[in-house]
Design a protein around this ligand. Structure first.
Ligand code: DLZ
Length: 160
């Protein structure tokens, strides 16, 4: 699990199929918006780099990471996109709230994937500190948004 050993933006460009014609829904949380904004930018740029048209990327914001589940479910049920990317950032505080949110979002997104309708990509940063989040949204460890975009393309194209 150590992303310190892996730059999130590093991937073999030849391993990514052409994404022309693909439609993607992105749900992005407003909490820690500097971080989630940078993750969104990474995902958006990587999707377009591989052929997704800007107008085929639908971005919806939700107040916090917990609402990523509902936002993703709405995309899933509308059936107008090929994949959903859920982007959020939870930073540990003084209470057990962090654990409940992380667990809830993870389970919620996993449940949506179990429906098998379309891939819901896990773009949730779960960090102990703000610095850890900064490192993973375009800092020294790359951008998890890039990783999510590549994952979405591979999941859609790999299951056509
Ligand atoms: C309440 C809360 C707290 C304390 N921390 C975060 C956080 O670090 N990251 C995040 O995305 N959301 C946080 N939230 C908001 C919850 O995700 C959710 O929006 C509220 O509990 C309302 O359902």
């Amino acid at each position: 699990m150590a992303s310190a050993l892996h730059n999130l933006s590093d991937y073999d460009i030849n391993s990514v199929p052409d994404a022309t014609g693909m439609k993607v829904g992105i749900v992005v949380s407003e909490w820690n918006d500097k971080i989630t904004g940078a993750l969104l930018e990474g995902a958006f740029n990587t999707l377009t780099k591989h052929g997704v048209r800007e107008e085929d990327i639908i971005v919806k914001t939700v107040p916090g990471s917990f609402e990523l589940i509902y936002g993703s479910a709405r995309f899933l049920n509308a059936g107008e996109v090929d994949a959903v990317i859920a982007i959020g950032c939870v930073i540990r505080g003084d209470t057990p709230h962090f654990d409940y949110i992380c667990q809830g979002v993870t389970q919620g997104l996993a449940d949506l994937n179990l429906q098998g309708k379309m891939p819901v990509i896990y773009g949730l940063l779960t960090c102990n500190t703000l610095e850890q989040a900064q490192e993973r949204c375009g800092g020294m460890l790359g951008n998890k948004g890039d990783e999510c975009a590549v994952t979405a393309i591979k999941m859609v194209r790999g299951w056509e």
